[in-house]
Design a protein around this ligand. Structure first.
Ligand SMILES: [Zn+2]
Length: 77
């Protein structure tokens, strides 16, 4: 269990920071993009929003993979 947790130890912090920074970037790009009427910034903000969604999905999958094997899922997830 110790080794297992060590292997995934940095992942949660990495996901947390990645989601936080990408969400902040998305918000700033949207605010500035709309403020200055920049379609390029708004378009990149939407791209980064997609990145945030992808990171959240990966974070959820990472958490599922930490569930122990039991019952029907003899290998875990
Ligand atoms: Zn991207």
């Amino acid at each position: 269990m110790g080794a297992h947790h060590q292997r995934h130890g940095g992942a949660a912090a990495a996901f947390r920071w990645s989601v936080l920074l990408n969400a902040l970037l998305t918000g700033a790009q949207l605010a500035i993009g709309f403020g200055f009427g920049s379609l390029a910034l708004i378009g990149d903000a939407i791209h980064n929003l997609g990145d945030v969604v992808g990171l959240l999905l990966a974070w959820g999958a990472e958490r599922l993979s930490l569930r122990p094997a039991r019952g029907r899922f003899t290998y875990g997830y």
